[in-house]
Ligand binder design. Sequence first.
Ligand code: ZN
Length: 292
Amino acid sequence: MGWSHLLAGALLQVVQAAPPPTPPVVGLCRFETAALSFAGSPAEQARCLMTPVGKRGVLGPAPSRLPKGLAPLLEGRSALPDKTMVARLLAAENMDIGGLDAPVSRARDGDPAAPLARYFVIHDTSTPYYGDDPFPADVDRDAKVNSFAYYFPANADPEKFPVAHLFLNRIGQVLVGQPLSRPWRATKLETRVIGLPAKGLFLHIETVMPRRRDPAIEGWNDAIAPKPGFSRTQYDRLALLYIALSVRAGSWLIPAQHATIDHGLPQAHDDPQNFRLNDFDKALRRRLRSLG
Ligand SMILES: [Zn+2]
């Protein structure tokens, strides 16, 4: 056998051993599989990922800069708050997220050598669905809207349900769906595009928000969300969760939205609807001030 045959054989082996190609850079905010990160600095990533999500997932312009609560955190100018003080706040609000001592999930399905979760992904549940009926008069305090029962179905497949790490309703109650230490995927980018390397890199928070049908759009749809989309209490508790999960992750998480993560992929979701970054930021600043 000549050298050329040997070389050809070796090349063939290399080709056969290579994994199926993964697109190196994906989506609106350009996820880079090798780096397990969207493109840019944490602040640049947050600006892209917090692009306003409009009806049917149509995006507005990305914020030109981060608001003044988030900016110092993601620009590396502000340390994490004291763990004991954050634990005290969680206890005062009756928010049990499984404590602050255990680490969050790691990427690559919990590979001990992989990075800890980096992204705080905000969803809306788009449930309950009112069809052609109006929303209840007090959408923030309505018992049907605030029920967690839809998300914890009896006898459900534990590999599929509950669909997120945490659930937050409009009166500020929080339920754990999946332990924060469990690698869990809830976007198409993770499941359909990146695959296993992404599993554990994202922490998923479902915020309760009803939907109804837009009669201007033919057929079934759940395009109409309440305005404002989030209750004041939801912003407040979401801000505390952002702080608490960052403490567990050991660094400030990068906030993201389901719709911006999946933008450009087929059947991308439109959630969260009507999330106002400035309202979240105000709640975040209030919480950070109370932590000194
Ligand atoms: Zn979602």
